[in-house]
Ligand binder design. Structure first.
Ligand SMILES: *[C@@H]1O[C@H](CO)[C@@H](O)[C@H](O)[C@H]1NC(C)=O
Ligand SMILES: *[C@@H]1O[C@H](CO)[C@@H](O)[C@H](O)[C@H]1NC(C)=O
Ligand SMILES: *[C@@H]1O[C@H](CO)[C@@H](O)[C@H](O)[C@H]1NC(C)=O
Length: 505
């Protein structure tokens, strides 16, 4: 929600990055995915919490008795858990009119903020007379089969059910249940998701064409697997965003890393840096500071949305420091500009539920080789090394990640060749200022696999709520998406009518 944006900056203590490192090996991390910046805030602040209790009353919460294991028939497979979903039927045209169902596929967090945050559904429901459904991803929020996330990812017996194939199978089973419940047999379903949820939406359409008529996959980096995309794609875009906002800011950041290292290597250097950057506890390692800055710049770029443009805010601080300021004073001014004037800055936040869950997901199947080399971005070098990654994951969980499973199960390589004659009805939407767009689908694959991107858009911007301050290009992007979806639905109704006629005669 836009109204929260300024408020959000104050709470942004975050870390969208799931650190996959241990102290022993060279640290590196995977940037986190999520459509809503609020979810990142929630990760790091217990005081900011919205719950479904706060939702307007047209959003009704339900729980579905979900199958734990869709793919096996062992004793445990028959266990069930409560999966939360939320329905809004205020705009629905009813089963007799075969009005569509818009189904939001939850991603790696609770769905608390999604009904209001992901405004695309409510904004366009009236014109489609759509039934709205929001489904929570297993293991997150209230849909955890095993008490807390912490317990769930520790338990070797049960965390194996925590994967994307099971999650989309949940969505399939639940959507069929909802169709039954609402006597909506002939209502076409459009699945909508952002970020990781966007990947799920595109994969859902390909795996369950008999359930979803089409998918809107917003900011879905489905090509960030198995080295299809260059490792440094993500950070190249972050760097470009900063360079575009301000060359001097970009150069200041670029030069700052060596300066931090140099000072840290001095006697009492870490104490000096801790004071200079007002860290809440003394730095143990210069990496803590570098990592904090790395995350801050990346988050600013990922959510670099109008009207405030966070990258511009950070650079405003850096460039706006008094003339002749030391590089590190400029960098600190960037922190203050972005995070607000705070008595201290927490560079060691505790991992959140989302952080814990996503870490398991990346250490099992969601292996995204995101890294960067020496001087190929504005950041310090941090290459993704698969062997180190595997070692880290094994230390944490005792099992090895499967870096080729996503491309094996869902595809991704030679996407044009493969999908142009197989798949249909997917919109891949992106904003090119979003670092994840580097691994998104940016060109049409066929007439019904369409890429809709904007030059100045950010992560999942198109599926967030409309706002009177929206620039023209954003409104146009949403309208294009709506037109495409209308086209799918019109065709579907025509097919349905023709078939029903055929049967009658
Ligand atoms: C749907 O149509 C059937 C048969 O025409 C009718 O009996 C029923 O009341 C209608 N339901 C609604 C919700 O309009
Ligand atoms: C930030 O807060 C401190 C006191 O906590 C104050 O001395 C300082 O002037 C403030 N800086 C700005 C830029 O507002
Ligand atoms: C995108 O932003 C740049 C820099 O702010 C601006 O020059 C350009 O006109 C914008 N492009 C569009 C399509 O809005």
């Amino acid at each position: 929600m836009k109204m929260n944006k300024l408020f959000l900056f104050q709470w942004l203590l975050l870390l969208i990055f799931t650190k996959t490192s241990l102290i022993f090996s060279k640290p590196h991390k995977i940037p986190r995915l999520t459509p809503l910046i609020q979810n990142i805030i929630q990760d790091h602040s217990n005081t900011f919490s919205s719950s479904t209790n706060d939702l307007p009353k047209e959003f009704e919460t339900y729980y579905y008795k979900q199958t734990l294991d869709h793919f096996n028939y062992g004793p445990k497979s028959y266990s069930t858990f409560k999966q939360r979903y939320i329905i809004n039927s205020k705009y629905w045209g009813g089963s007799n009119s075969s009005s569509p169902i818009f189904a939001y596929l939850g991603a790696e967090s609770s769905i608390d903020g999604d009904p209001l945050g992901v405004g695309f559904l409510t904004d366009f429901a009236p014109q489609f007379k759509a039934l709205l459904v929001y489904m929570e991803h297993r293991y997150y929020g209230e849909s955890s089969p095993f008490k807390t996330m912490e317990e769930a990812v520790k338990d070797e017996d049960t965390r194996g059910y925590f994967n994307s194939a099971q999650a989309i199978a949940d969505y399939a089973e639940l959507l069929l249940h909802i169709k039954e419940k609402y006597s909506a047999k002939n209502s076409p379903i459009i699945v909508i998701g952002g970020s990781y949820g966007g990947m799920l939406a595109s994969w859902f359409r390909m795996k369950y064409p008999h359930i979803a008529l089409g998918a809107l996959a917003s900011s879905a980096p489905i090509l960030y697997f198995d080295n299809i995309t260059p490792q440094n794609g993500y950070y190249s875009v972050v760097s470009r965003d900063f360079k575009e906002a301000s060359k001097s800011c970009y150069h200041t950041i670029r030069k700052s890393w060596a300066m931090i290292d140099k000072i840290a290597s001095r006697k009492s250097g870490l104490s000096y840096l801790s004071r200079k950057f007002k860290t809440c506890s003394k730095l143990n390692d210069p990496f803590e500071l570098k990592d904090y800055l790395d995350s801050m710049y990346s988050v600013a770029a990922q959510y670099n949305s109008p009207p405030s443009y966070p990258v511009t805010i950070v650079c405003g601080g850096i460039d706006g420091a008094p003339k002749g300021s030391h590089i590190l004073d400029r960098i600190f001014a960037g922190i203050v500009a972005y995070r607000g004037n705070s008595s201290c800055y927490n560079m060691n936040p505790k991992p959140s539920e989302t952080g814990l869950g996503w870490r398991w997901q990346t250490c099992s199947e969601m292996v995204m080789p995101i890294g960067r080399g020496e001087y190929d971005t504005m950041f310090f070098s941090a290459p993704f090394n698969l062997n180190n990654f595997i070692t880290d994951c094994k230390k944490k969980y005792g099992v090895s990640p499967r870096p080729h499973w996503i491309t094996t199960y869902y595809g991704g390589k030679d996407i044009k060749l493969i999908l142009q004659r197989f798949a249909s009805n997917i919109i891949f939407s992106n904003g090119l200022r979003d670092p994840y767009s580097s691994a998104g689908v940016l060109q049409d694959i066929s007439h019904s696999l369409q890429a809709v991107h904007t030059r100045n858009g950010s992560h999942c911007l198109d599926i967030l709520s409309k706002d009177s301050s929206d620039p023209e290009w954003l409104t146009m992007q949403r309208n294009t998406e709506v037109k495409i979806i209308e086209g799918w639905i019109a065709k579907y109704y025509a097919d349905l009518k023709a078939l029903q006629k055929g049967k009658m005669h």
